[in-house]
Write a protein that binds this ligand. Structure first.
Ligand SMILES: [Fe+2]
Length: 272
C-alpha cells in the first residue's frame, strides 16, 4: 500500500486492497483508496452522450459491486438518474458549467457527496471506464486538516445552510437547504462549498478556513480504465479538474456506486 497523501492510499494487489478495505470500513487509517490493476479495462462501447443512453456493462458493474461488497449496502436516490443503482459520470452537452457529475469545462469543486442530506452515503465508489486525457479526480481527507487552524466549535454548530445540487432539484424542485454543522465528531466532514452558505461573522470565517485547508490538501488522482476509487464520504471530499468535452464517444466516463452502513436487507432507494 502506497500513501499518495495523508489518508489516501494506492493499492495494486488484492492483498493490499483487502487491508485498505478494513481501514475504510472501520474508519481507522485511510479514508480514500485507489485500486489499480483491476480485472476489467476500457469497454468496447463508446461513451454515451447522456446517462439515459448508457448501456449495462455486466462485467464492469459486477466488479464495482464486488469491490464494494464489504462496504455496506448499495444505495441510490430516487431523484438521481431515475433511481438507477449504478450511475454514470460523463459530460452532457449543455451542462458544461454545472457543479455535477455531468459538467466538464468548470472545475467540479470539492464536496461531500449529497452533503445536504442526513442520509448521504457512507462510501462513494468510482470505476473508471475511460479517461483519455487523464483528467484528475481530486481528493482531500480529514487527515490533512490542521485542527489548530480551525474554529472547530463554530464548524460544529448548526450555522451552515447546505442546498441540494441541480441534479436533485431537477427531479424534485421542492427540495430545500438543510441547516447543519459542517464538521462533526470523529472528525466527520459535511460540506459542499458550491452549495453551502454560512451565517455571517464567526461561522463564515470558520467555513472559509476549513475550505482553504481542504483546497490546499486536494490531491489529483488520474484514474485509468479499470481503476476503482473508494472514498469515505464522512472523512474525505472529492472533486474533478476541468476538461474539454469531445462528445464523440471518447469522453471521460466513470461508473458510480454508493453504499450505506445503515442496516438494510437489500439495495436502498432513498428520497431526499
Ligand atoms: Fe461527487
Amino acid at each position: 500500500m502506497r500513501l499518495l497523501a495523508p489518508g489516501i492510499a494506492e493499492v495494486t494487489t488484492r492483498h493490499d486492497l483487502d487491508d485498505a478495505l478494513v481501514e475504510l470500513r472501520t474508519r481507522r487509517g485511510v479514508a480514500a483508496v485507489v485500486a489499480r490493476s483491476g480485472p476489467v479495462g476500457e469497454p468496447d462501447v463508446p461513451t454515451p452522450e447522456h446517462w439515459r443512453a448508457a448501456p449495462a456493462l455486466p462485467e464492469h458493474d459486477a466488479h464495482l459491486r464486488a469491490v464494494t461488497a464489504g462496504l455496506g449496502t448499495p444505495t441510490c436516490w430516487a431523484t438521481l438518474q431515475d433511481g438507477r443503482l449504478v450511475q454514470d459520470v460523463l459530460p452532457i452537452r449543455g451542462q458544461e458549467d454545472q457543479q455535477t457529475g455531468h459538467g466538464s469545462r468548470d472545475e467540479l469543486t470539492f464536496h461531500v457527496e449529497d452533503s445536504f442530506s442526513d442520509d448521504r452515503c457512507d462510501v462513494l465508489a468510482l470505476l473508471c471506464l475511460r479517461n483519455p486525457d487523464r483528467v484528475p479526480t481530486t481528493v482531500a481527507t480529514v487527515g490533512s486538516l490542521d485542527p489548530a487552524g480551525l474554529d472547530v466549535a463554530a464548524l460544529a454548530g448548526p450555522h451552515f445552510h447546505i442546498r441540494p445540487d441541480p441534479e436533485h432539484l431537477r427531479a424534485d424542485p421542492g427540495l430545500t437547504a438543510r441547516t447543519r454543522p459542517v464538521l462533526e465528531d470523529g472528525p466527520r466532514l459535511r460540506t459542499d462549498p458550491a452549495f453551502t452558505e454560512a451565517d455571517p461573522g464567526r461561522p463564515a470565517a470558520a467555513l472559509a478556513e476549513l475550505h482553504d485547508q481542504l483546497a490546499r490538501a486536494l490531491t489529483p488522482i488520474a484514474l485509468t480504465p479499470g481503476d476503482v476509487l473508494l472514498i469515505d464520504n464522512r472523512r474525505a471530499v472529492h472533486g474533478r479538474a476541468p476538461f474539454t468535452p469531445r462528445y464523440r464517444g471518447a469522453d471521460r466516463w466513470l461508473r458510480k456506486l454508493t453504499t450505506t452502513y445503515a442496516p438494510a436487507s437489500g439495495p436502498v432507494v432513498r428520497t431526499p
